[in-house]
Ligand binder design. Structure first.
Ligand code: GAL
Length: 631
């Protein structure tokens, strides 16, 4: 596999006479990809039906002539102002019933059929014109589905579509009442037309109602994306990508990914550390200019799974961003480190966001590879250094791991709907397991909850899995080693009820979760021999062998065979100790890496990344701060 670098470029932001020099400088820096077009609708169609593609023809030509391959974005994340006059009810509506107005971006509801029709029209026009263009080497659909909380919409269009979706799923209101348990609080419906969206209720709505709304909303994103890929494929053989985000779980990325050729994501390590990660102030201070050492890697591995092996970073932070509460500059070396880390996890391309910092509008404080005056910004030299290094090492294997971790979007919805304890967050739980595995020096592969073949892994981990699918259940006997479930695994039926017999009902493991409790910060349950459960603990009964107990004698880790169950949420050190023990049982070698050091084996190469601010020595090698070495 060949690896390459790229950049996000907005020719419509700049005078046409500087395009050739921009293209020449991109190529000179060693970039091979350029993504354009994803916000340009108002210039492509200044008035309804008046298409002006000449400027885009010239931009693509100039970039292509300079040797760059173009990723062409469909512009559907930014419908022009005139669209609202045609479709006044196309706006998404938030959970408080307020419309999400024009004046920024993503001001559309996924359910609005009129807007969907307009999207199909502009995508068809683009696909017809550029589908065979030799410089257009890939497509991107829309931009960051779900960004700015836009997956869930409580609009009139959403209500009508939801009723339809429920009608198809349940066929009769009686069946729906039964499935949701609507006898509770006299919530029975006599017709699908009586069912509202689950917002603005007096107190919490029925979790089964919300869960179906979440499934429905995810399906609408899938359908919206598929409408575009169907059109693009009719006119173009170029691969199609979408750029996903960090810690966005509102739609099923695996389901969207099934219609795409490449998964990509937008990686802003410093912004993410500041605005979407539970971490102590000390951790945030230690990684202020580097970002969290595992957050990017987790998404690299997740999107490798979503892309069925093919994935990119479509936007890479090159300097300070504008949107986090605080926006420090990267430590010198980090732009290179982030890029190499993506390649070590199998990325085909890493594209920086953006080429030149825009001096106007919302993102004027967001760095690019160039400053607003076109002088190089610090990120450019690091990008050029990676480009140079890639010339010496153009091909790479991705490598696989002995350990797989299941990530399931429906579980994220379920525990968001019913956390039962303020700190029970599914992403947080899975990410804690991921971090522990990385500290043990392991390659991790991520699997969807309907994985049908576990034979490649010695250890498969499924914390917090809402329901055990029939497919996964059927795959369990063929796991290459041990599967570890829990806490809160297979804890509900698909209809969001507690199953009887009680969970987790794992084949051959005689145990039941008799009671659960959630714990506030500072509270914990001691384990025998040291260690603590935090946030969440379960009381287990049954005859299965207990491998680890709580200090009060109750079971903490159940089972010694191919299936195990962990009955609580261990703190980070305890989790690492438990996973190290489970790895040892499978003959998987582990390391004990310091907080800032990470490693990945990619085929024959082993990479080492120092995410810290001071040099680190490991097994006779010294890795400089913000440094990467490979052997
Ligand atoms: C991304 C988005 C880009 C730009 C960038 C700024 O989320 O896709 O268009 O807004 O953030 O960091």
């Amino acid at each position: 596999m060949k690896r390459g670098l790229g950049v996000c470029y907005y020719p419509e932001h700049w005078r046409e006479d500087i395009w050739p020099d921009d293209a020449r400088r991109m190529a000179a820096a060693g970039l091979t990809w350029v993504r354009i077009g994803e916000f340009a609708w108002s210039r492509l169609e200044p008035e309804p039906g008046v298409l002006e593609f000449d400027w885009l023809d010239r931009a693509i030509d100039i970039l292509g002539q300079a040797g760059l391959k173009v990723v062409l974005g469909t512009p559907t994340a930014t419908p022009p102002r005139w669209m609202l006059a045609r479709h006044p009810d196309m706006l998404a509506v938030d959970a408080h019933g307020r419309p999400r107005n024009f004046g920024s971006r993503r001001h559309y509801c996924f359910n609005h059929q009129g807007y969907l029709g307009e999207c199909k029209r502009i995508v068809t026009a683009l696909a017809e014109r550029y589908g065979k263009n030799p410089h257009v080497a890939a497509w991107q659909t829309d931009n960051e589905y779900g960004c700015h909380d836009t997956t869930l919409s409580y609009s009139g269009a959403a209500k009508a579509a939801f009723r339809d979706w429920l009608g198809q799923k349940y066929q009769s209101p009686q069946a729906l009442n039964q499935a949701w348990g609507n006898i509770f609080w006299s919530m029975d419906y006599a017709s699908f037309d009586e069912i509202d969206l689950p917002n603005l209720t007096v107190t919490e709505p029925n979790p089964a109602h919300v869960m179906d709304f979440r499934r429905f909303s995810s399906d609408q994103v899938v359908a919206f994306n598929r409408a575009q890929t169907d059109i693009l494929r009719r006119h173009s053989a170029a691969p199609i990508a979408h750029n996903y985000m960090g810690r966005v779980t509102e739609f099923d990325h695996f389901a969207v990914g099934a219609d795409l050729d490449i998964a990509s994501w937008d990686s802003y390590p410093i912004g993410f550390l500041s605005d979407r990660l539970e971490a102590t102030p000390a951790h945030k201070a230690a990684f202020l200019r580097q970002g969290d050492p595992d957050f990017q890697a987790f998404h690299h591995d997740l999107y490798r799974a979503v892309g069925r092996g093919r994935w990119w970073v479509m936007e890479q932070q090159p300097g300070p961003v504008n949107w986090a509460p605080y926006n420090p500059a990267p430590l010198p070396g980090m732009v290179r480190l982030w890029t190499w880390e993506a390649f070590a996890h199998g990325a085909e391309a890493v594209c920086y966001f953006r080429w030149r910092q825009a001096p106007f509008a919302q993102e004027q404080m967001h760095a690019g590879l160039l400053r607003p005056d076109s002088a190089p910004a610090p990120g450019l030299a690091e990008a050029a250094q990676v480009a140079q290094e890639l010339r010496d090492m153009p091909d790479a294997a991705c490598g696989k791991g002995d350990v797989a971790l299941i990530f399931d979007y429906a579980s994220a919805w379920a525990w968001d709907i019913q956390p039962q304890g303020a700190d029970f967050d599914y992403f947080r739980l899975v990410f804690a397991w991921y971090r522990a595995l990385r500290r043990l020096g392991l390659n991790v592969d991520i699997l969807p909850a309907d994985a049908d073949d576990l034979s490649d892994w010695k250890l498969v981990l499924a914390p917090g899995l809402f329901t055990l699918s029939d497919t996964l259940r059927a795959a369990l006997p063929n796991c290459g080693g041990t599967v570890v479930f829990g806490p809160r695994a297979n804890a509900k039926t698909a209809n969001f009820a507690i199953p009887v017999p009680l969970p987790p009902a794992l084949p051959g493991l005689d145990m039941r979760v008799a009671r659960v409790e959630s714990l506030p910060p500072g509270a914990g349950i001691a384990l025998e021999g040291g260690g603590t459960f935090i946030h969440w603990a379960e009381e287990v009964e049954g005859a299965a062998t207990v491998a680890l107990r709580r200090a009060d004698g109750m079971a903490a880790l159940v089972g010694t065979g191919p299936l195990r169950y962990l009955a609580g949420w261990p703190d980070d050190d305890t989790l690492r100790a438990i996973l190290r023990h489970l790895c040892a049982g499978q003959g998987i070698e582990t390391l004990d890496l310091p907080d800032a050091l990470r490693t990945r084996q990619a085929g024959a190469q082993r990479f080492w990344f120092n995410h810290g601010t001071t040099p680190l020595s490991w097994n006779g090698r010294t890795i400089p701060p913000a440094g990467v070495i490979w052997e």
